[in-house]
Design a protein around this ligand. Structure first.
Ligand code: GDP
Ligand code: IMO
Ligand code: MG
Length: 423
Protein backbone atom coordinates (compact mmCIF):
# COMPACT_ATOMS: atom_id res chain seq x y z
CA UNK A 1 0.00 0.00 0.00
CA UNK A 2 1.36 3.41 -1.00
CA UNK A 3 0.92 6.82 0.56
CA UNK A 4 -0.62 9.37 -1.80
CA UNK A 5 0.27 13.03 -1.48
CA UNK A 6 -1.72 16.17 -2.26
CA UNK A 7 0.23 19.41 -2.30
CA UNK A 8 0.21 22.94 -3.69
CA UNK A 9 2.24 23.74 -6.79
CA UNK A 10 2.06 27.53 -6.52
CA UNK A 11 2.33 29.99 -3.61
CA UNK A 12 -0.30 28.35 -1.37
CA UNK A 13 -4.09 28.73 -1.16
CA UNK A 14 -4.59 26.58 -4.25
CA UNK A 15 -7.63 24.87 -2.68
CA UNK A 16 -5.90 21.93 -0.95
CA UNK A 17 -8.42 21.74 1.90
CA UNK A 18 -11.38 21.42 -0.44
CA UNK A 19 -9.86 18.59 -2.46
CA UNK A 20 -8.49 16.67 0.53
CA UNK A 21 -12.04 16.66 1.90
CA UNK A 22 -13.38 15.44 -1.47
CA UNK A 23 -10.78 12.65 -1.72
CA UNK A 24 -10.93 11.51 1.93
CA UNK A 25 -13.70 8.89 1.39
CA UNK A 26 -11.16 6.95 -0.72
CA UNK A 27 -8.64 6.80 2.17
CA UNK A 28 -8.43 5.42 5.69
CA UNK A 29 -6.11 8.08 7.08
CA UNK A 30 -5.34 11.75 6.33
CA UNK A 31 -2.09 13.25 7.67
CA UNK A 32 -0.52 16.70 7.75
CA UNK A 33 3.29 16.50 7.37
CA UNK A 34 4.56 20.09 7.64
CA UNK A 35 3.65 23.70 8.29
CA UNK A 36 1.42 24.90 11.09
CA UNK A 37 -1.28 27.49 11.67
CA UNK A 38 0.16 29.63 8.88
CA UNK A 39 -2.10 27.39 6.77
CA UNK A 40 -5.76 28.22 6.23
CA UNK A 41 -7.55 25.40 4.43
CA UNK A 42 -11.15 26.17 3.51
CA UNK A 43 -13.87 23.55 3.12
CA UNK A 44 -17.47 24.15 2.14
CA UNK A 45 -20.31 21.64 2.23
CA UNK A 46 -23.99 21.53 3.13
CA UNK A 47 -24.08 25.33 3.30
CA UNK A 48 -21.34 25.51 5.98
CA UNK A 49 -17.83 26.89 5.65
CA UNK A 50 -14.85 25.82 7.78
CA UNK A 51 -11.25 27.07 7.83
CA UNK A 52 -8.71 24.58 9.21
CA UNK A 53 -5.22 25.60 10.28
CA UNK A 54 -3.52 22.68 12.03
CA UNK A 55 -6.18 19.99 11.82
CA UNK A 56 -6.08 17.85 8.66
CA UNK A 57 -8.88 18.35 6.15
CA UNK A 58 -10.08 14.74 6.40
CA UNK A 59 -11.77 15.46 9.72
CA UNK A 60 -15.30 15.91 8.34
CA UNK A 61 -15.62 12.61 6.51
CA UNK A 62 -17.02 10.13 9.02
CA UNK A 63 -14.57 8.47 11.39
CA UNK A 64 -11.47 8.60 9.20
CA UNK A 65 -8.27 8.85 11.25
CA UNK A 66 -6.46 12.19 10.99
CA UNK A 67 -2.84 12.61 12.07
CA UNK A 68 -0.81 15.72 12.85
CA UNK A 69 2.66 14.47 11.92
CA UNK A 70 6.10 15.15 13.38
CA UNK A 71 6.93 17.70 10.66
CA UNK A 72 4.15 20.03 11.81
CA UNK A 73 4.62 22.92 14.27
CA UNK A 74 1.67 23.27 16.61
CA UNK A 75 0.43 26.27 18.58
CA UNK A 76 -1.73 24.95 21.46
CA UNK A 77 -3.62 28.25 21.83
CA UNK A 78 -4.69 28.32 18.18
CA UNK A 79 -5.29 24.58 18.24
CA UNK A 80 -7.72 25.04 21.14
CA UNK A 81 -9.63 27.76 19.26
CA UNK A 82 -9.82 25.53 16.19
CA UNK A 83 -10.97 22.47 18.13
CA UNK A 84 -13.56 24.40 20.13
CA UNK A 85 -15.07 25.96 17.00
CA UNK A 86 -15.47 22.48 15.50
CA UNK A 87 -16.87 21.06 18.74
CA UNK A 88 -19.39 23.90 18.90
CA UNK A 89 -20.65 22.87 15.47
CA UNK A 90 -21.09 19.28 16.63
CA UNK A 91 -17.82 17.68 15.49
CA UNK A 92 -16.19 15.41 18.03
CA UNK A 93 -12.47 15.06 17.37
CA UNK A 94 -10.72 13.31 20.25
CA UNK A 95 -11.30 9.79 18.94
CA UNK A 96 -10.14 10.45 15.39
CA UNK A 97 -7.38 13.05 15.66
CA UNK A 98 -3.95 11.75 16.71
CA UNK A 99 -0.93 13.98 17.36
CA UNK A 100 2.74 13.10 16.94
CA UNK A 101 4.85 13.36 20.07
CA UNK A 102 7.62 14.64 17.81
CA UNK A 103 5.65 17.64 16.45
CA UNK A 104 7.29 20.85 17.67
CA UNK A 105 5.44 23.40 19.77
CA UNK A 106 5.10 27.06 18.80
CA UNK A 107 5.64 29.03 22.00
CA UNK A 108 4.10 32.46 22.69
CA UNK A 109 7.61 33.93 22.47
CA UNK A 110 8.00 32.42 18.97
CA UNK A 111 5.12 34.64 17.87
CA UNK A 112 6.80 37.70 19.38
CA UNK A 113 10.11 36.76 17.75
CA UNK A 114 8.36 36.40 14.38
CA UNK A 115 7.05 39.96 14.76
CA UNK A 116 10.41 41.28 16.03
CA UNK A 117 12.35 39.79 13.08
CA UNK A 118 9.81 41.15 10.60
CA UNK A 119 9.95 44.64 12.13
CA UNK A 120 13.76 44.58 11.99
CA UNK A 121 13.68 43.76 8.28
CA UNK A 122 12.27 47.21 7.51
CA UNK A 123 11.40 47.37 3.82
CA UNK A 124 12.47 43.79 3.15
CA UNK A 125 9.72 42.12 5.14
CA UNK A 126 8.77 38.57 4.18
CA UNK A 127 5.14 39.24 5.05
CA UNK A 128 4.86 36.19 7.32
CA UNK A 129 1.54 35.16 8.77
CA UNK A 130 2.91 36.21 12.19
CA UNK A 131 2.21 32.80 13.71
CA UNK A 132 5.76 32.12 14.92
CA UNK A 133 6.48 29.56 12.21
CA UNK A 134 10.04 30.65 11.35
CA UNK A 135 11.23 30.95 14.98
CA UNK A 136 9.66 27.56 15.92
CA UNK A 137 11.40 25.77 13.03
CA UNK A 138 14.62 27.68 13.82
CA UNK A 139 14.57 26.23 17.35
CA UNK A 140 13.86 22.78 15.94
CA UNK A 141 16.90 22.92 13.65
CA UNK A 142 19.15 24.49 16.28
CA UNK A 143 18.10 21.70 18.69
CA UNK A 144 16.41 24.04 21.12
CA UNK A 145 12.79 23.15 20.33
CA UNK A 146 10.08 21.78 22.59
CA UNK A 147 7.95 18.93 21.33
CA UNK A 148 4.45 17.70 22.10
CA UNK A 149 5.95 14.66 23.86
CA UNK A 150 7.90 17.00 26.17
CA UNK A 151 4.61 18.01 27.76
CA UNK A 152 4.76 14.68 29.57
CA UNK A 153 8.22 15.15 31.17
CA UNK A 154 9.61 18.12 33.20
CA UNK A 155 7.88 20.52 30.90
CA UNK A 156 7.85 23.62 33.11
CA UNK A 157 11.63 23.59 33.38
CA UNK A 158 12.11 23.23 29.63
CA UNK A 159 9.54 25.94 28.95
CA UNK A 160 11.21 28.37 31.37
CA UNK A 161 14.63 27.83 29.77
CA UNK A 162 13.27 28.37 26.24
CA UNK A 163 11.33 31.54 27.08
CA UNK A 164 14.29 32.99 29.01
CA UNK A 165 16.43 32.53 25.90
CA UNK A 166 13.73 34.06 23.69
CA UNK A 167 13.27 37.04 26.03
CA UNK A 168 16.97 37.86 25.84
CA UNK A 169 16.75 37.91 22.03
CA UNK A 170 13.61 40.06 22.18
CA UNK A 171 15.50 42.47 24.44
CA UNK A 172 18.29 42.76 21.87
CA UNK A 173 15.64 43.59 19.27
CA UNK A 174 14.11 46.07 21.69
CA UNK A 175 10.78 44.31 21.20
CA UNK A 176 8.10 44.65 23.87
CA UNK A 177 7.05 41.57 25.86
CA UNK A 178 4.06 43.36 27.40
CA UNK A 179 1.69 41.05 25.60
CA UNK A 180 3.41 37.91 26.86
CA UNK A 181 1.37 37.34 30.01
CA UNK A 182 -1.90 37.29 28.05
CA UNK A 183 -0.42 35.06 25.33
CA UNK A 184 0.96 32.63 27.92
CA UNK A 185 -2.40 32.36 29.68
CA UNK A 186 -4.09 31.37 26.40
CA UNK A 187 -1.21 29.06 25.58
CA UNK A 188 -1.35 27.09 28.83
CA UNK A 189 -5.13 26.77 28.48
CA UNK A 190 -4.36 25.39 25.02
CA UNK A 191 -2.01 22.83 26.54
CA UNK A 192 -4.86 21.50 28.66
CA UNK A 193 -6.99 21.12 25.54
CA UNK A 194 -4.16 19.44 23.69
CA UNK A 195 -3.82 16.88 26.50
CA UNK A 196 -7.35 15.64 25.73
CA UNK A 197 -5.88 14.12 22.57
CA UNK A 198 -3.82 11.00 22.08
CA UNK A 199 -0.09 11.66 21.59
CA UNK A 200 1.43 9.00 19.35
CA UNK A 201 4.69 7.84 17.77
CA UNK A 202 3.27 8.80 14.41
CA UNK A 203 6.04 7.24 12.32
CA UNK A 204 5.23 3.83 13.84
CA UNK A 205 1.50 4.36 13.53
CA UNK A 206 1.73 5.50 9.89
CA UNK A 207 3.90 2.53 8.92
CA UNK A 208 1.65 0.16 10.83
CA UNK A 209 -1.30 1.45 8.80
CA UNK A 210 0.65 0.92 5.58
CA UNK A 211 1.60 -2.62 6.58
CA UNK A 212 -2.05 -3.34 7.36
CA UNK A 213 -2.98 -2.20 3.84
CA UNK A 214 -4.66 1.00 5.03
CA UNK A 215 -4.46 3.90 2.62
CA UNK A 216 -3.02 7.27 3.65
CA UNK A 217 -3.42 10.68 2.03
CA UNK A 218 -0.71 13.18 3.03
CA UNK A 219 -2.00 16.77 2.98
CA UNK A 220 0.47 19.52 2.15
CA UNK A 221 0.30 23.06 3.44
CA UNK A 222 1.61 26.22 1.71
CA UNK A 223 2.93 25.53 -1.79
CA UNK A 224 6.03 24.46 -3.69
CA UNK A 225 7.06 28.03 -4.51
CA UNK A 226 7.13 28.71 -0.73
CA UNK A 227 9.40 25.71 0.00
CA UNK A 228 12.40 26.55 2.20
CA UNK A 229 14.85 25.03 -0.32
CA UNK A 230 13.17 25.45 -3.70
CA UNK A 231 10.95 28.51 -3.26
CA UNK A 232 12.01 32.10 -3.87
CA UNK A 233 14.24 32.30 -0.79
CA UNK A 234 14.12 34.25 1.52
CA UNK A 235 10.46 34.94 0.63
CA UNK A 236 9.38 31.46 1.65
CA UNK A 237 8.05 29.57 4.64
CA UNK A 238 10.34 27.54 6.93
CA UNK A 239 9.47 23.97 5.99
CA UNK A 240 9.77 21.58 3.06
CA UNK A 241 6.38 21.87 1.43
CA UNK A 242 7.31 19.41 -1.34
CA UNK A 243 6.65 15.67 -1.64
CA UNK A 244 10.03 14.89 -0.02
CA UNK A 245 8.63 16.60 3.09
CA UNK A 246 6.22 13.67 3.47
CA UNK A 247 9.17 11.34 4.18
CA UNK A 248 10.68 13.54 6.89
CA UNK A 249 7.37 14.89 8.18
CA UNK A 250 5.66 11.52 8.67
CA UNK A 251 8.51 9.02 8.76
CA UNK A 252 7.49 7.39 5.49
CA UNK A 253 10.15 5.94 3.18
CA UNK A 254 10.42 7.37 -0.38
CA UNK A 255 9.49 4.03 -1.97
CA UNK A 256 6.16 4.17 -0.12
CA UNK A 257 5.01 7.29 -1.97
CA UNK A 258 2.34 6.57 -4.60
CA UNK A 259 0.32 9.19 -6.46
CA UNK A 260 1.38 12.81 -6.13
CA UNK A 261 -1.59 15.11 -6.74
CA UNK A 262 -0.33 18.57 -7.70
CA UNK A 263 -2.94 21.24 -7.19
CA UNK A 264 -2.99 24.66 -8.88
CA UNK A 265 -5.39 27.50 -9.55
CA UNK A 266 -6.34 28.28 -13.15
CA UNK A 267 -4.41 31.53 -12.49
CA UNK A 268 -1.92 32.49 -9.74
CA UNK A 269 -2.04 34.20 -6.36
CA UNK A 270 0.50 35.03 -3.71
CA UNK A 271 0.26 36.61 -0.23
CA UNK A 272 3.29 38.29 1.29
CA UNK A 273 6.42 39.58 -0.46
CA UNK A 274 8.64 38.02 -3.09
CA UNK A 275 8.86 37.49 -6.82
CA UNK A 276 5.66 36.87 -8.77
CA UNK A 277 6.52 37.10 -12.48
CA UNK A 278 2.95 37.11 -13.84
CA UNK A 279 1.51 39.48 -11.24
CA UNK A 280 -1.12 41.89 -12.56
CA UNK A 281 -1.12 45.26 -10.81
CA UNK A 282 -3.96 46.52 -13.01
CA UNK A 283 -7.72 46.16 -13.22
CA UNK A 284 -7.43 42.63 -14.62
CA UNK A 285 -5.67 41.60 -11.40
CA UNK A 286 -8.35 43.36 -9.37
CA UNK A 287 -11.04 41.56 -11.37
CA UNK A 288 -9.45 38.19 -10.46
CA UNK A 289 -9.26 39.26 -6.81
CA UNK A 290 -12.93 40.26 -6.79
CA UNK A 291 -14.27 37.25 -8.69
CA UNK A 292 -12.05 34.74 -6.87
CA UNK A 293 -12.55 36.45 -3.52
CA UNK A 294 -8.78 36.43 -3.14
CA UNK A 295 -8.32 37.50 0.46
CA UNK A 296 -6.35 35.37 2.96
CA UNK A 297 -8.50 32.82 4.79
CA UNK A 298 -6.52 33.43 8.02
CA UNK A 299 -5.22 37.00 7.82
CA UNK A 300 -7.79 38.52 5.43
CA UNK A 301 -4.90 40.11 3.52
CA UNK A 302 -5.63 40.78 -0.17
CA UNK A 303 -3.84 38.19 -2.29
CA UNK A 304 -1.70 39.35 -5.21
CA UNK A 305 -3.18 37.97 -8.47
CA UNK A 306 -1.80 37.15 -11.92
CA UNK A 307 -1.96 34.83 -14.93
CA UNK A 308 -1.11 31.14 -14.82
CA UNK A 309 2.67 30.57 -14.82
CA UNK A 310 3.70 27.35 -16.59
CA UNK A 311 7.41 27.97 -15.98
CA UNK A 312 6.82 27.82 -12.22
CA UNK A 313 4.40 24.88 -12.62
CA UNK A 314 6.89 22.82 -14.66
CA UNK A 315 9.47 23.39 -11.95
CA UNK A 316 7.01 22.35 -9.23
CA UNK A 317 6.01 19.20 -11.15
CA UNK A 318 9.68 18.24 -11.49
CA UNK A 319 10.53 18.77 -7.82
CA UNK A 320 7.48 16.88 -6.56
CA UNK A 321 7.19 14.07 -9.11
CA UNK A 322 3.58 15.04 -9.76
CA UNK A 323 1.54 12.19 -11.30
CA UNK A 324 -1.83 13.97 -11.62
CA UNK A 325 -2.86 17.60 -11.79
CA UNK A 326 -5.87 19.23 -10.15
CA UNK A 327 -7.05 22.58 -11.51
CA UNK A 328 -8.99 24.83 -9.13
CA UNK A 329 -11.14 27.94 -9.42
CA UNK A 330 -11.79 27.52 -13.14
CA UNK A 331 -15.07 29.42 -12.65
CA UNK A 332 -13.16 32.57 -11.67
CA UNK A 333 -12.02 32.98 -15.29
CA UNK A 334 -15.56 32.59 -16.75
CA UNK A 335 -15.85 36.23 -17.71
CA UNK A 336 -12.51 36.95 -19.43
CA UNK A 337 -12.49 37.52 -23.22
CA UNK A 338 -8.95 36.20 -23.50
CA UNK A 339 -6.76 34.37 -21.01
CA UNK A 340 -2.98 34.59 -20.86
CA UNK A 341 -0.70 31.73 -19.90
CA UNK A 342 2.99 32.36 -19.24
CA UNK A 343 5.17 29.94 -21.23
CA UNK A 344 8.63 31.49 -20.70
CA UNK A 345 10.41 34.40 -19.02
CA UNK A 346 12.62 37.12 -20.45
CA UNK A 347 15.43 38.46 -18.26
CA UNK A 348 17.77 41.16 -19.64
CA UNK A 349 16.42 40.47 -23.13
CA UNK A 350 17.17 36.76 -22.86
CA UNK A 351 14.46 34.11 -22.93
CA UNK A 352 14.62 31.47 -20.21
CA UNK A 353 12.31 28.64 -19.26
CA UNK A 354 13.32 28.05 -15.64
CA UNK A 355 12.72 29.88 -12.36
CA UNK A 356 15.81 32.07 -11.76
CA UNK A 357 17.93 32.11 -8.58
CA UNK A 358 17.87 35.90 -8.27
CA UNK A 359 14.80 37.09 -6.38
CA UNK A 360 15.31 40.67 -7.53
CA UNK A 361 15.61 39.89 -11.27
CA UNK A 362 13.22 41.85 -13.49
CA UNK A 363 11.27 39.10 -15.19
CA UNK A 364 9.14 39.78 -18.24
CA UNK A 365 6.60 36.99 -18.78
CA UNK A 366 6.09 35.70 -22.31
CA UNK A 367 2.46 34.79 -22.82
CA UNK A 368 0.37 32.55 -25.03
CA UNK A 369 -3.08 34.09 -25.45
CA UNK A 370 -6.06 31.75 -25.40
CA UNK A 371 -9.73 32.57 -25.99
CA UNK A 372 -11.95 32.78 -22.87
CA UNK A 373 -14.95 30.45 -22.55
CA UNK A 374 -17.41 33.16 -21.50
CA UNK A 375 -19.84 30.76 -19.87
CA UNK A 376 -20.75 29.91 -16.30
CA UNK A 377 -18.84 26.82 -15.14
CA UNK A 378 -20.01 26.69 -11.53
CA UNK A 379 -23.19 24.69 -12.21
CA UNK A 380 -21.46 22.09 -14.38
CA UNK A 381 -21.42 18.50 -13.19
CA UNK A 382 -19.71 16.63 -15.99
CA UNK A 383 -16.83 17.02 -18.40
CA UNK A 384 -19.15 16.77 -21.42
CA UNK A 385 -20.66 20.14 -20.42
CA UNK A 386 -17.30 21.91 -20.79
CA UNK A 387 -17.21 24.68 -23.41
CA UNK A 388 -14.83 24.08 -26.32
CA UNK A 389 -12.54 26.93 -25.21
CA UNK A 390 -12.27 25.46 -21.71
CA UNK A 391 -11.26 22.08 -23.16
CA UNK A 392 -8.67 23.91 -25.24
CA UNK A 393 -7.34 25.63 -22.08
CA UNK A 394 -6.99 22.27 -20.32
CA UNK A 395 -5.33 20.59 -23.31
CA UNK A 396 -2.89 23.46 -23.73
CA UNK A 397 -1.80 23.13 -20.08
CA UNK A 398 -1.60 19.33 -20.20
CA UNK A 399 0.51 19.42 -23.37
CA UNK A 400 2.91 22.02 -21.98
CA UNK A 401 3.25 20.21 -18.66
CA UNK A 402 3.09 16.67 -20.01
CA UNK A 403 0.81 15.66 -17.13
CA UNK A 404 -2.93 14.87 -17.00
CA UNK A 405 -5.47 17.05 -15.26
CA UNK A 406 -7.75 14.58 -13.45
CA UNK A 407 -9.86 16.92 -11.32
CA UNK A 408 -11.36 20.29 -12.23
CA UNK A 409 -12.96 22.43 -9.51
CA UNK A 410 -15.71 24.86 -10.52
CA UNK A 411 -16.75 26.27 -7.16
CA UNK A 412 -15.91 26.24 -3.45
CA UNK A 413 -18.45 23.58 -2.50
CA UNK A 414 -17.50 19.91 -2.12
CA UNK A 415 -20.04 19.07 -4.86
CA UNK A 416 -18.52 21.45 -7.41
CA UNK A 417 -15.81 18.98 -8.37
CA UNK A 418 -15.51 17.22 -11.72
CA UNK A 419 -13.36 14.10 -12.23
CA UNK A 420 -11.66 13.51 -15.60
CA UNK A 421 -10.08 10.25 -16.81
CA UNK A 422 -6.27 10.02 -16.56
CA UNK A 423 -4.79 10.02 -20.06
P1 GDP B 1 -5.82 26.03 0.65
O1 GDP B 1 -5.01 26.79 1.62
O2 GDP B 1 -4.99 25.48 -0.47
O3 GDP B 1 -6.69 24.98 1.26
O4 GDP B 1 -6.79 27.09 -0.04
P2 GDP B 1 -7.62 28.27 0.71
O5 GDP B 1 -8.75 27.66 1.44
O6 GDP B 1 -6.71 29.15 1.47
O7 GDP B 1 -8.08 29.14 -0.52
C1 GDP B 1 -8.91 28.62 -1.52
C2 GDP B 1 -10.17 29.46 -1.58
O8 GDP B 1 -10.85 29.20 -2.78
C3 GDP B 1 -11.15 29.13 -0.47
O9 GDP B 1 -11.87 30.28 -0.14
C4 GDP B 1 -12.07 28.09 -1.13
O10 GDP B 1 -13.35 28.03 -0.54
C5 GDP B 1 -12.14 28.62 -2.53
N1 GDP B 1 -12.30 27.63 -3.59
C6 GDP B 1 -11.78 26.38 -3.67
N2 GDP B 1 -12.06 25.83 -4.88
C7 GDP B 1 -12.76 26.76 -5.57
C8 GDP B 1 -13.30 26.80 -6.90
O11 GDP B 1 -13.17 25.88 -7.70
N3 GDP B 1 -13.93 27.96 -7.26
C9 GDP B 1 -14.06 29.02 -6.43
N4 GDP B 1 -14.69 30.10 -6.88
N5 GDP B 1 -13.57 29.01 -5.17
C10 GDP B 1 -12.91 27.90 -4.75
P1 IMO C 1 -1.95 27.44 2.91
O1 IMO C 1 -1.63 26.09 3.50
C1 IMO C 1 -0.40 31.19 1.34
C2 IMO C 1 3.29 32.74 3.16
C3 IMO C 1 3.19 34.02 3.96
C4 IMO C 1 4.58 34.59 3.72
C5 IMO C 1 5.46 33.34 3.73
C6 IMO C 1 6.11 33.05 5.07
O2 IMO C 1 -3.23 28.02 3.37
O3 IMO C 1 -1.80 27.40 1.42
P2 IMO C 1 5.22 32.10 7.39
O4 IMO C 1 4.14 32.59 8.30
O5 IMO C 1 5.02 30.70 6.89
O6 IMO C 1 6.59 32.28 7.95
O7 IMO C 1 5.14 33.08 6.11
O8 IMO C 1 4.61 32.26 3.38
N1 IMO C 1 2.36 31.67 3.58
C7 IMO C 1 1.27 31.30 2.91
N2 IMO C 1 0.71 31.82 1.79
N3 IMO C 1 -0.95 30.11 1.91
C8 IMO C 1 -0.38 29.56 3.01
O9 IMO C 1 -0.81 28.39 3.55
C9 IMO C 1 0.75 30.19 3.59
N4 IMO C 1 1.53 29.94 4.66
C10 IMO C 1 2.51 30.84 4.65
O10 IMO C 1 2.18 34.85 3.45
O11 IMO C 1 4.66 35.14 2.44
MG1 MG D 1 -4.92 28.70 2.49
Amino acid sequence: MKVDVLLGLQWGDEGKGKVVDVLTPKYDVVARFQGGPNAGHTLEFEGEKYVLRSIPSGIFQGDKINIIGNGVVLDPALFKTEVEALEASGHKLTTKLLISKKAHLILPTHRLLDAAYETAKGNDKIGTTGKGIGPAYTDKISRNGLRVGDLLHNFDQKYAAATARHKSILLQYNYSVNDLERLEKEWFEGIEKLKEFQFIDSEHVANMYINHKKSILAEGAQGTMLDIDFGSYPFVTSSNTISAGVCTGLGIAPNRIGEVFGIFKAYCTRVGSGPFPTELMDETGQKMRDLGYEYGSVTGRPRRCGWLDLVALKYAIMINGVTQLIMMKSDVLDDFDTINVCVAYKINGQEISYFPFETDAVIEPIYAELPGWKSAMSGMKHQNEFPEEFNAYIHFIENELNTSITIVSVGADREQTIFLPKK
